[in-house]
Each structure stands twice: as structure tokens, then as C-alpha cells.
Design a binder for this molecule. Structure first.
Ligand code: PMP
Length: 304
């Protein structure tokens, strides 16, 4: 990733990609205390547009506040940095990575003498899963790793260190021949995927776990709005893994994963074993919105 052309927004300036470097004693590299976002820009009918930019920026600031880090830029500057990262790299569509981290001014855990830095990188990253996965769905394994306890780390923050748990779970799932992990909360209820929220459909109603121990996903919120506008009832409640086994449909949501059907969990085929009709309907509607093919919710797209 490091050796390529392009520009990265770094502490307020556009820096050549290869020169966007930090020291090996960068504090966040050692302890994982940092916050970040995963954002997408799509090639909309009106040109490149960032989907739900303000919501991502708002969550970044909430994450920083939870971690007691002060972002040395305003939300307007952070929005503009993301638009510039797409624009100045001439990207028709992009994945964006804003990240806020501590510098190398000190190594103590007190972190009281550290400067807060911020980068925004943007690059082309068309699909997280194969195009077929969007239609046939993916195989998922319940993880042997428990999702974070709300008083061990801060589940509402999209914090760098939280992703050790996600990577352990994802790598375990991949090594077992699955494509994604489903993590349970410390009480054994369904929390989320390694980088996605989860939904199930049962007898025409849509269920998703409460936000207690999962990330407050922006795609999750988008899909809830779209489903409610279609007249579906959405129920946020604790879900057990066997409720997923017997669901009619199940799917993940995330900026990277978009709306992704789950075909199997722990070797149990879910529903018909294909993308279910409600999943398909929401997936199509989601793509219509991110690509700007509908004039509903124009406020969700920030043109670059
Ligand atoms: N849960 C986790 C752990 C994630 O990393 C992500 C991706 N940010 C999500 C859920 C989905 O969030 P969003 O829809 O905002 O991308």
C-alpha cells in the first residue's frame, strides 16, 4: 500500500503518498489508542459522491471523545479533507480511511504529552467480497472469540485496538473455511461480524441486535430507514445463534461489505440457501441510494 502514486491528506496538507510517513515510536502503533473511519465514495450519476459523509465524521468525533482524544480540526475541515482526498486523487469511486492517532512525542500510558495527528487516505477498492457473494451469500462461523465487553473496551468507539478482536475472529473463520465470523457478546448473544452489523428476517419481520456491544453502524442505520420506509417492522433485540440458524434470511451490513447475504452459519443453511427476497430488496435499494439512482435522501450523498 505504501509504494504508490497519489496524495494523502496529513495534518491539514496534501502529502505525496510515499512521503506520508511516521516514526516507529508512534504511540498508536504501540498501544492501539487511535480512532478511525471506513467511508466509501461511489461513482454516482452526478459524479463521485461520498455516502453519508457527515455521519462518518460525526462518529469519528464521537469515537475520539470516548477515547479522550481531541481532534485538532473542525468537522467541516474533516469533511473537506475527505472530499479533497477523493478529488485530488481523481478517484471515480473510493474507500476512504480517516484516522486519528497519537504521535511519537512520548511512550508513557499517561499520554499527556502527545500530539494528535490525522490522516485521510483514499484509494480504489471496489468490492470487499466477490461479486458472486452479493448474490449467493457467504458462509459464516460463530467465533470462539467473544465480542468486547462494554466495560473492557468502548464498543461505541471505532478504535484501532478494538480490531485485534475482529482480526482474531476473522482469521479463525477463514482458517475454518468460512468467509466471515459472527461474534457473540459476553453473555452469548449475537453481536456482529468482524466488521459488519447483522440482521435476520423471520416470518416477514426484520431483527437486529441492540447496539449494546456492536458498533453503531451507518449502513445498519441506512438499512433500518430503508426497511421502515418499505413498511417493514424492525425489531432491535437480543438474538441467539440458533435464532440465526432458523431464520428465513440473514445478512450483514457495513460500509465495506455493503448489504451481504449470509448463506450458512456453522454449516446450517439459512432459509432457502440463496439471497432471500427481503435481503435482495434492501440490497438493491441500498445500491440505488449509494449510486444516486434515486432522488430519495439526496442528503446522504456529498458530491466531490
Ligand atoms: N461493526 C464493526 C465492528 C465494524 O468495523 C463496522 C465497519 N465500520 C461495522 C459494524 C459497520 O459499520 P458501518 O456500516 O458504519 O460501516
Amino acid at each position: 500500500m505504501a509504494d504508490r502514486d497519489g496524495l494523502i491528506w496529513f495534518d491539514g496538507e496534501m502529502v505525496p503518498w510515499r512521503d506520508a510517513q511516521v516514526h516507529v515510536l508512534t504511540h498508536t502503533l504501540h498501544y492501539g489508542m487511535g480512532v478511525f473511519e471506513g467511508v466509501r465514495a461511489y461513482e454516482t450519476v452526478n459524479g463521485p459522491g461520498i455516502f453519508r459523509l457527515q455521519e462518518h465524521t460525526d462518529r469519528l468525533f464521537r469515537s475520539a471523545h470516548i477515547m479522550n482524544m481531541t481532534i485538532p480540526f473542525t468537522k467541516e475541515q474533516v469533511n473537506e479533507a475527505q472530499l479533497a482526498a477523493v478529488r485530488e486523487n481523481n478517484l471515480p469511486h473510493a474507500y476512504l480511511r480517516p484516522m486519528v492517532f497519537y504521535g511519537s512525542e512520548g511512550m508513557g500510558l499517561r499520554a499527556n504529552n502527545l500530539k494528535v495527528h490525522m490522516i485521510v487516505a483514499a484509494w480504489e477498492w471496489p468490492s470487499y467480497m466477490t461479486p458472486e457473494a452479493k448474490e449467493i451469500g457467504i458462509k459464516v462461523r460463530t467465533s470462539s472469540y467473544t465480542r468486547h465487553h462494554v466495560n473492557i473496551t468502548m464498543c461505541k468507539a471505532k478504535a484501532n485496538g478494538n480490531y485485534i478482536n475482529s482480526m482474531l475472529a476473522l482469521n479463525e473463520a477463514l482458517s475454518c473455511g468460512a468467509e466471515e465470523a459472527l461474534l457473540l457478546d459476553p453473555e452469548g448473544y449475537v453481536a456482529e461480524g468482524s466488521g459488519e452489523n447483522v440482521f435476520i428476517v423471520y416470518k416477514g419481520k426484520i431483527y437486529t441486535p441492540e447496539l449494546t456491544s456492536c458498533l453503531d453502524g451507518i449502513t445498519r442505520a441506512t438499512v433500518i430507514t430503508l426497511a421502515q420506509e418499505l413498511g417493514y417492522e424492525i425489531i432491535e433485540k437480543r438474538i441467539t445463534r440458533d435464532e440465526v440458524y432458523v431464520a428465513d434470511e440473514a445478512f450483514f451490513t457495513g460500509t465495506a461489505a455493503e448489504v451481504l447475504p449470509i448463506q450458512q452459519l456453522d454449516g446450517r443453511v439459512i432459509g432457502s440457501g440463496k439471497r432471500g427476497p427481503i435481503t435482495e430488496q434492501l440490497q438493491k435499494l441500498y445500491f440505488d441510494h449509494v449510486m444516486g439512482r434515486t432522488d430519495k435522501h439526496p442528503e446522504w450523498i456529498s458530491l466531490v
